[in-house]
Design a protein around this ligand. Structure first.
Ligand code: FES
Length: 87
């Protein structure tokens, strides 16, 4: 968690991630349940440098508190947020 006590959600909208599906994550904030919205700090990146590393799985990539989610979908991201908040 960040110092603010919020979960850090970092989205990548670089070319690789975007064409692999990050375009669907653009309005992720509208899918975050209202009770969690003020607990999540959303940042957009132009590349998280994960697409260049072949040991990582597949784009699109999202980081939650530094934890990498590959082949990220809205469902995966929301589930990860819920896991972080509920432990
Ligand atoms: S474009 Fe997303 S990690 Fe590089």
């Amino acid at each position: 968690m960040e110092e603010s006590g919020k979960i850090s959600l970092e989205l990548c909208f670089g070319t690789t991630c975007f064409v692999m599906g990050a375009s669907k994550l653009q309005d992720i904030e509208s899918f975050i349940p209202p009770q969690y919205k003020n607990k999540v700090d959303v940042k957009a990146h132009t590349c998280l440098d994960l697409c260049k590393n072949s040991t990582y799985m597949k784009a699109p990539f999202v980081k939650i508190d530094g934890e990498i989610i590959s082949e990220a979908t809205v469902e995966k991201v929301i589930q990860a947020i819920e896991r972080k908040i509920n432990g």
